[in-house]
Design a protein around this ligand. Sequence first.
Ligand code: SF4
Length: 104
Amino acid sequence: MKRESPNLTRADLLQRLAAAPIAIGAFAALQAEAVAATKPGHTAPATVQYQPKPKNGQQCSQCRYFINGKSKTANGECTIVAGPISPKGWCVAFSKGDNSKQMM
Ligand code: SF4
């Protein structure tokens, strides 16, 4: 581990102490966002590059993990990705298959 320079001035120390709460606050905000974006057993949308539009002709409504919303155009859910999921969305976990599941 690198040791602090013995020439650390009082101004340097105050500057570092002033920056610490900002860094801690930013980290806490990111952590809270990550927790909000996921639910147990589900992946955060950003992790799987989820986007609310189709890609290369593939979309969530064709994916085996999609759970239909209240109508064909309403947002549904995904069994592996957190959050409301657009039937026209897409992510890297796309897997063509049965999509007849319906939200309760
Ligand atoms: S796994 Fe399938 S249903 Fe879930 S977000 Fe990705 S493409 Fe959409």
